[in-house]
Design a protein around this ligand. Structure first.
Ligand code: ATP
Ligand code: MG
Length: 265
């Protein structure tokens, strides 16, 4: 078969808030193993779409298919068990526990073995092992025994990523991962996300405002405007797309037409 390997897709997805159509007839197809970014000006419906995928909002119409299963009405925890990992808020970290303990608990929380007392000792070792692997992957090995609240800001973001990865989700839904970060810290976190995708074999769907980041690491970009998909394609095509440029001109990001040809670092 020449058909693409689609892990997550939506069909005519729609979300109304009263009279406002925040997400309108969105057909999204996320390829397995890809990094798929969703961009668009303020109020385009990106966060709403994301919340529909994670199960935080219920769609007004349309369907969401994950690995061939209709999860349109599946609750949050069911999506998580199926392997859809959503980004946690910083408050999900236990500030006084070490990096290792935070990640170990996250691995344990999602495991069925949690309830199997007979296997407890073995499982504990397994969870520690899993936690150590994930910590290594996100580059926090040197900070493994530090309490979470003593990490630098960038370290906390990596820990959030590790906590998200601990239960071994197949798809990561990242909600503006670089928001609030100092610009000099952004490349390192992005490098980590790229490593996670490549070494961890994950599919990543990311809502992100930093256009440099998006253009550099995305396999595919979906551009939204006024609730609808305005354009979709590889970064070079999106950067060169005149309609996309006109939507962005005068918007938050200004003119990014130069980004397609020269990515810089
Ligand atoms: N819970 C809600 N109740 C009512 N209206 C909402 C709600 N959430 C979002 N909206 C509206 O839906 C539209 C899309 O909002 P959304 O937050 O999805 O945009 P966005 O693309 O994420 O924008 P931004 O880039 O500013 O984060 C906006 O007009 C917004 O005001
Ligand atoms: Mg938003």
């Amino acid at each position: 078969m020449t058909e693409k390997n689609i892990i997550l897709e939506t069909h005519d997805l729609r979300k109304d808030f009263g009279g406002l159509v925040a997400v309108d007839a969105v057909n999204l197809q996320v390829e397995r193993g890809s990094l798929h970014s969703i961009i668009g000006p303020n109020g385009a419906g990106k966060t709403t779409l994301f919340n529909l995928l994670t199960g935080n909002h219920r769609p007004t119409a349309g369907t969401i298919i994950y690995k061939g299963q209709d999860i349109t009405h599946a609750p949050l925890h069911r999506r998580a068990h199926l392997g859809l990992g959503r980004s946690f808020q910083i408050t999900n970290l236990f500030p006084n526990l070490t990096v290792l303990e935070n990640v170990r608990l996250a691995a344990q929380a999602m495991s069925k073995v949690n309830f199997n007392l007979l296997k407890r000792a073995d499982s504990y070792k397994d969870f520690i092992k899993r936690a150590a692997e994930v910590i290594e992957l996100v580059g926090l090995r040197d900070m493994m025994l530090m309490p979470a609240n003593t990490l630098p800001h960038g370290g906390k973001r990596k820990l959030e990523l590790a906590v998200l990865l601990a239960p071994n989700p197949e798809v990561l839904l990242l909600d503006e991962p670089t928001a609030g970060m100092a610009s000099e810290q952004v490349p390192e976190l992005i490098g980590t996300i790229d490593t996670v995708r490549r070494q961890g074999g994950k599919t990543i769907v990311m809502v992100e405002h930093n256009m440099n980041v998006v253009m550099n690491i995305s396999d595919k970009i979906t551009v939204m405007n006024l609730g609808r998909v305005l354009a979709e394609g590889v970064p070079g095509d999106i950067a060169a797309n005149k309609t996309v440029q006109s939507v962005y001109l005068g918007e938050l990001y200004g003119d990014f037409s130069s980004l397609g040809s020269d990515h810089g670092g």
